[in-house]
Design a protein. Sequence first.
Length: 297
Amino acid sequence: MPRMSRPIFGVLWFFLALSTSAAAAPAAGDLSEILKRGELRHIGVPYAKFVTGSGDGFSCDLIREFAQELGVRYVYVRSSWKNVISDLIGRQFTVSGDDVTIIGDAPVKGDLIANGLTMLPWRQKLLHYSRPTFPSGVWLIARADSELQPITPSGDLNRDIAEVKAMLYGHSVLCMPGTCLDPALYGLNDIGATLVPLPLKMNEFAPAVINGSAETSLLDVADSLIALEKWPGKIKVIGPLSLPQTMGVGFPKTSPQLLNRFNAFMDRIHKDGTYRQLVDTYYPGVEVYFPEFFNLK
């Protein structure tokens, strides 16, 4: 579950913590090491149609195409939302809002993350993102029988977000701190809603609402669209809770050559139509919800 806000830089102690323990932390290989190794390790979390868990998905196909361009073998490394960044950067950490604290080392398991990784300020302190690969945003969904009714879009996204937030007083909301479904990111901690944090997989939030774990839930756009298709008549979208967000592929800060090569690859597949074919395969019609993003391509 990746934001259109200016990057927020860590305080001095954070960078000191990185520098003092850099020698002990293993690093993923940059482009030359990957070419020598002959394989590209794609870390992913099964999520929406980005990584299906069956060997395909938008992100799997994207990175498989990239590996083919590099002339190396594609290797998928399954992870979880809790561990995916640690598996890339070799660090254990905690997150509080936009603050990150390094607490130890972890084994490096791959070379990049691709699974619909929303660009969030705290994540940008830990890794580098590619150019945007997909648009996103966070919506509020509810059970179909909820008394909450979908808003009428005003044409002003900030006004629409404020209207949705005002409706949440006294209602329960499923969320997941430390991800793009963290209520703190959207100012939901002090609006009178009952927050219900659950350690669910992203595709489990909609059925949890249907089954009564809470009346509403935060959910990103990609999962919301899939849920509406999978459970017609069971849920409804109340309205937006975030400004437009973007997703990207995550790279270790020690791999600038690999990042640059991937961005060049993205330029190529936009020009030759490969990118649009991938979008149409897994998310047909998504441009209706994000015309600005796709008109720029």
